[in-house]
Unconditional design. Structure first.
Length: 154
């Protein structure tokens, strides 16, 4: 019986091939590990300095390809104007905005994971729950003035 059980386990292991993480996902995890290391090395005063995080975010935005770069620049300006209490920082190599060290919202470029569209998302720390269902991310292919105002497209 043991031989049969071992044989069955081997067959199951061979048949189940895990796809694992993509190269892009592995790169994002490495970026997050570097971000965490950098955060632990910073002094307590530097951790409170928004300028450090903002320069990191602006560098990530500058490295993006169009149209994601334009969208990220505009979202950065909107977040800074409408939620000045949030601190810019990178999160998995993406521009993000945090409150009390917790990421509240983030931008993910389409090129980052080779996806059809960019996304602007919210973490559970955003406390958006007003009802029983709400969006936690928005797909973006461009960001127009009408989109910013919440106007429907014609």
């Amino acid at each position: 019986m043991k031989a049969t059980q071992k044989s069955a386990k081997r067959t199951t292991a061979i048949d189940k091939k895990s796809k694992g993480f993509t190269n892009e996902e592995r790169a994002a995890m490495k970026e997050r590990a570097q971000e965490l290391k950098a955060e632990t090395r910073r002094s307590p005063r530097a951790k409170k300095n928004k300028a450090d995080g903002e320069s990191d975010v602006l560098a990530k935005i500058a490295a993006m390809q169009e149209p994601d770069r334009a969208i990220a620049k505009r979202l950065h300006a909107i977040v800074k104007a409408s939620a000045p209490a949030l601190s810019p920082k990178t999160w998995y190599g993406m521009p993000a905005y945090a409150k009390d060290g917790n990421v509240v919202c983030f931008f993910q470029s389409a090129q980052k994971f080779n996806t059809r569209y960019a996304t602007f998302g919210f973490s559970d720390k955003a406390n958006l729950d007003e009802r029983t269902m709400w969006p936690t991310a928005f797909a973006l292919i461009e960001l127009t003035a009408a989109d910013e105002q919440g106007s429907p497209r014609s």
